[in-house]
Design a binder for this molecule. Structure first.
Ligand code: SF4
Length: 226
């Protein structure tokens, strides 16, 4: 598999924020979101070849039960189910971080961390924007994911104007447990995070959604590999 990076840190986002975790970042993502903070992992060749055994050996160097398989978009990788199965056999807790654009059945993952992409993620370049708009949201796939996996649903919020789109997306998916919905400020730096957090917190209180912190931004200002 093409692995962009493997590093040990704290989970920064979601209901497991703060849990010491090993991040396995797979290469490749077709979406090209405007504010993506892992652009270095977009290309499917943006990594080194690792066998599954080598990945397992690398994650076992850290004293953590929690593994986060991220990207890029890990669900486009055909070897993902095998990786999850073999990691699970070592007793690990597996989170998969995904934009929710591909459904894979029957994986032994413990948490599907789904971040559906709103229109605030559309790239500014016209050619990229067209591809992004075609593929950023697949309601049927999102429904399959939440019906088949333990999940959390994280929406990246740029401004209050995003709220109707979030409500509409949840309505279209249907059957969403609102206790599993989180709103997360769109922020690449600590200053941006602090600027937007109160606004997002207000939206969370109004809607009864959870606030999603971003510890990697707050603690390390989004420095790669921290
Ligand atoms: S889906 Fe995630 S990895 Fe892919 S471009 Fe968007 S933010 Fe970046």
């Amino acid at each position: 598999m093409k692995v962009n990076e493997i590093f040990y840190s704290l989970q920064g986002e979601g209901f497991l924020a703060g849990a010491p975790s090993v991040f396995v970042r797979l290469a490749g993502c077709p979406l090209r979101c405007r504010w993506c903070d892992t652009k270095y992992a977009w290309d499917e060749t943006a990594g080194r070849d690792y066998s599954i055994d080598k990945i397992i050996q690398a994650v076992q160097e850290s004293p953590s039960k929690f593994i986060v398989i991220t990207g890029g978009e890990p669900m486009i990788n055909s070897e993902l189910p095998q990786l999850v199965q073999e990691l699970k056999a070592t007793g690990k807790h597996i989170t998969i971080e995904t934009a929710g654009i591909v459904f894979i059945p029957d994986m032994q993952c413990d948490l599907m961390s789904i971040s559906p992409k709103l229109s605030n993620s559309t790239p500014t370049e016209t050619a990229l924007a067209a591809i992004h708009e075609d593929s950023r949201l697949d309601i049927a796939v999102l429904r399959e994911l939440i019906d088949n996996y333990e999940y959390q649903l994280k929406f990246v919020v740029d401004s209050q104007a995003d709220l109707p789109e979030i409500q509409q997306t949840i309505k279209e998916i249907g059957n969403v447990d609102t206790a599993k919905v989180m709103l997360m400020p769109q922020a690449a730096t600590r200053d941006e995070l602090l600027d937007k957090s109160l606004m997002v917190a207000g939206m969370c209180k109004k809607m009864g959604f959870a606030f999603c912190e971003r510890l990697q931004v707050l603690l390390w200002n989004n420095k790669r590999g921290t």
